[in-house]
Design a protein around this ligand. Structure first.
Ligand SMILES: Nc1ncnc2c1ncn2[C@@H]1O[C@H](COP(=O)(O)OP(=O)(O)OP(=O)(O)O)[C@@H](O)[C@H]1O
Length: 579
C-alpha cells in the first residue's frame, strides 16, 4: 500500500498529507447540514408526539446550516489551493529531478530505450501522476477517512440499521478485488499502447525528410495508423470492461439504501426503533454513499495512474553511473586490455592504447572497426565490460562522471544546436562566459565572420537541431563551444560529410586552434588531416592492428598503408557517426 502510494506520488508521499487533511475537512463540513436537517426532522417528530416547539433551537440549527455553507466555501477554496499547489509543484519538481537523473544514467541504458519512451515518461506518465496527486488521491483518501468515521458513528447510533446500510459493501469490495488482476492487465496494455502511439508519431515526424525523399509515406503512415488503432482499441477495452464493473460494484453498494427502508419499517413496526432515528439514517445514510462511490470510481483511475507511477519510479531507481573520486592532475588516457560490446558481441577486443598528455592520437580504421566506441569509452559514456580506461592514471570508473566531463571537450560529427540564439548556443561551452569571451571563441573557431553577417548577428535564433545553418557552419559553432570550454582533453570525430574546399579549410584552421597544447584523440576519416599526429592507432574489427607515426606506418605496408593508398585514389571513403 505504502509502496503503491510511493509509486503514484513518485516519492512525494508527504506532499499528500495537507491536501488529504483539507479534503477530509471539506467532506465533513459537507455532511454537517444533512445532520442538522436530521435533527430538525427529529424536532418535528417530537412536536407531533406532544413536545413543545423550541423556536430558538430551530434558529440555531438554521444559523448552523448557513455557517456550514460559508465554511464549506472557505475550506473548499483552501483545499483546492493547497491540493493544486502541492500536486502541480510535485509534478514539476519530479520532472526536473527525472531529467537530472536521466543525465546521470549510463548511455548503455539510454540507447536501449525507444526514442519516444523517455519523452513519454516525462510527459504522459507525469501527467497521470500529476492528476493522481491533484485530483484522485486527495479525494480518494479523504473519502475513505470520512466513510470510515461515518460508519463508526452510524453503528454507534443503531447497529441494526447500519448493518442494513452497509450490507452491500463487502460484495462491492469483493467484485472490485476479484477483477483487480484483469484491470491491471488492461491498464498496462493501455499504457503501452499509448507509448507505442507516441513513439510511432515521433518516428513519423522525425523521419519526414526520408519519407518524402523516398516516397515512404505508405509504410510509415501505416505503422502510425496501426498504433493509433491499437490505442483506440485499448481505450475502448478499458472503458468497456472497467466502467461496467465499477457500475456493478456501486449498485451493490447503493442496495443498502433499499435495505435501510425495509429494515427500518420492520423495526419501527416492532417498536424497537424511533422514527427520528430512521429519518436520520435515511437522510445521513444516503450521503455516506457519495464518498464510497467516489472511492470505487477513483480506485480504477488510480490503478491506471499506478502503472505510470511505477514506470517513472523504476526509472528513478535505475542506478546512475558510479564514481566519486576527484580528478587526477595529469590528463593522459590509457586503455588497458579493454573488452567492450553494446550487447553480446565484442566491439572492442582486448584493446590497449596509450594516449599521452599534450599529444594528438589519431584513431583510424575501416567503417565499423570501433573508432567511435573508443571515443565513447574515453568520455565514459559507457564502462568497459573488462579491462580499464585510465584518466591521468586513475580508473575512470572511480572518477565522478561530472568532474571527468569538465576536463573533456567533444566535437561530434552531427552537431546539435539548441533552439536558442547563436550566442547562447556557444555559451553552452561555459555557462558563465562573457560576451567578449564568446566572440573571441567564435573568432578562433572561424565563425565570427558568418555570424555577424546574419540579420541579428549573435542574437540570431537557430532552429531546433540547428537546421537553419549549413553543416560546415554548425561544425564551426561546435568548435567555438569547445574552445570556450577550454578543457585539457579534446575528443574529435572528424566530419565525413563532404564540405566545400573553403569550409574545409576554415574548419581545419578552427580545429588547429582548438587542439593546440591539449591531449587530443581524433577519429580521422581523411588521413591527410592526421599525417602529422604524434601517434596513429589503426583499428580493425575491434583490435589494434598497427600503431605508430604516419611515415612508419606507410613504411610498414600494412592496413594503414592500404587505406592511405585507397584515399589518395578517391576521397570520402567512409561515413561514421557518433551518438
Ligand atoms: N549504440 C550502439 N548499439 C549497438 N551497436 C552499436 C552501437 N554503436 C555502434 N554499434 C556497433 O558497434 C560497431 C562499431 O561501431 P563504431 O561506431 O565504434 O565504429 P566506427 O569505426 O566508428 O565506424 P564508422 O567509421 O562507420 O563510424 C558497429 O558494428 C556498430 O554497428
Amino acid at each position: 500500500m505504502m509502496k503503491a502510494l510511493h509509486n503514484i506520488s513518485v516519492g512525494e508521499t508527504k506532499k499528500l498529507i495537507k491536501p488529504v487533511i483539507w479534503m477530509s475537512i471539506v467532506n465533513f463540513v459537507n455532511m454537517i447540514p444533512f445532520i442538522l436537517i436530521a435533527v430538525i426532522v427529529h424536532l418535528i417528530f417530537d412536536y407531533y408526539s406532544g413536545a413543545p416547539v423550541e423556536l430558538s433551537m430551530l434558529w440555531k440549527l438554521w444559523g448552523g446550516m448557513v455557517l456550514c455553507f460559508a465554511l464549506m466555501y472557505v475550506c473548499q477554496n483552501k483545499a483546492m489551493v493547497i491540493t493544486f499547489l502541492d500536486g502541480y509543484s510535485a509534478a514539476a519538481d519530479g520532472r526536473i529531478r527525472l531529467a537530472e537523473h536521466i543525465r546521470k544514467l549510463p548511455m548503455g541504458y539510454l540507447t536501449s530505450k525507444d526514442s519516444g519512451e523517455l519523452g513519454n515518461m516525462m510527459m504522459v506518465d507525469f501527467d497521470q501522476t500529476e492528476r493522481a496527486m491533484t485530483h484522485i488521491l486527495p479525494q480518494l483518501i479523504s473519502s475513505i477517512v470520512v466513510s470510515v468515521i461515518s460508519i463508526f458513528l452510524l453503528f454507534f447510533l443503531d447497529w441494526r440499521l447500519s448493518l442494513a446500510t452497509f450490507a452491500g459493501l463487502p460484495i462491492a469490495v469483493l467484485v472490485l478485488w476479484g477483477v483487480s488482476g484483469l484491470e491491471r492487465k488492461i491498464n498496462v496494455r493501455l499504457s503501452y499502447a499509448r507509448i507505442k502511439q507516441s513513439n510511432r508519431l515521433q518516428e513519423y515526424l522525425t523521419g519526414m525528410k526520408e519519407i518524402k525523399a523516398y516516397n515512404l509515406q505508405g509504410a510509415n503512415f501505416s505503422a502510425f495508423r496501426e498504433a493509433c488503432e491499437d490505442y483506440r482499441d485499448a481505450c475502448i477495452r478499458a472503458e468497456g470492461v472497467i466502467g461496467p464493473i465499477n457500475l456493478v460494484s456501486s449498485v451493490f453498494l447503493k442496495a443498502g439504501l433499499s435495505l435501510i427502508t425495509i429494515t427500518g419499517v420492520f423495526l419501527l413496526l416492532g417498536g424497537s426503533l424511533e422514527i427520528s432515528v430512521l429519518a436520520l439514517f435515511l437522510i445521513v445514510g444516503t450521503r455516506i454513499f457519495d464518498p464510497l462511490t467516489t472511492v470505487i470510481m477513483r480506485l480504477s483511475e488510480l490503478k491506471s495512474c499506478h502503472v505510470s507511477g511505477k514506470r517513472v519510479t523504476a526509472l528513478f531507481e535505475q542506478p546512475v553511473m558510479g564514481g566519486t573520486d576527484n580528478l587526477p592532475e595529469s590528463h593522459d588516457i590509457r586503455f588497458e586490455h579493454v573488452i567492450f560490446g553494446y550487447g553480446n558481441d565484442k566491439i572492442l577486443d582486448d584493446v590497449s592504447i596509450v594516449m599521452k598528455e599534450g599529444e594528438m592520437t589519431a584513431i583510424v580504421g575501416p567503417s565499423g572497426s570501433g573508432k567511435t566506441t573508443v571515443l565513447r569509452l574515453a568520455a565514459r559514456f559507457y564502462d568497459p565490460q573488462s579491462g580499464k580506461v585510465l584518466f591521468g592514471g586513475k580508473n575512470e570508473a572511480e572518477i565522478d562522471p561530472e568532474k571527468l566531463m569538465s576536463k573533456i571537450s567533444m566535437v561530434f560529427q552531427d552537431v546539435y544546436l539548441f533552439k536558442d540564439t547563436i550566442l547562447n548556443n556557444i555559451r553552452y561551452g561555459r555557462e558563465n562566459a562573457t560576451r567578449e569571451e564568446i566572440e573571441a571563441a567564435a573568432k578562433a573557431a572561424r565563425c565570427y565572420d558568418f555570424v555577424v553577417k546574419l540579420p541579428q548577428g549573435f542574437e540570431t535564433m537557430v532552429g531546433e537541431g540547428g537546421s537553419t545553418l549549413s553543416g560546415g557552419e554548425k561544425q564551426r559553432l561546435s568548435i567555438a563551444r569547445a574552445i570556450l570550454k577550454d578543457a585539457p582533453v579534446i575528443l574529435l570525430d572528424e566530419a565525413t560529410s563532404s564540405l566545400d574546399p573553403e569550409n574545409e579549410i576554415e574548419i581545419q584552421k578552427a580545429i588547429n586552434h582548438l587542439v593546440q597544447g591539449r591531449t587530443v584523440i581524433m577519429i580521422a576519416h581523411r588521413l591527410k588531416t592526421i599525417a602529422g599526429a604524434d601517434k596513429i592507432v589503426v583499428l580493425d574489427r575491434g583490435q589494434v592492428v598497427e600503431e605508430g607515426k604516419h611515415s612508419d606506418l606507410l613504411h610498414k605496408g600494412g592496413l594503414y598503408a592500404n587505406l592511405w593508398q585507397l584515399q589518395t585514389q578517391m576521397s570520402g571513403w567512409k561515413i561514421g557517426r557518433m551518438q
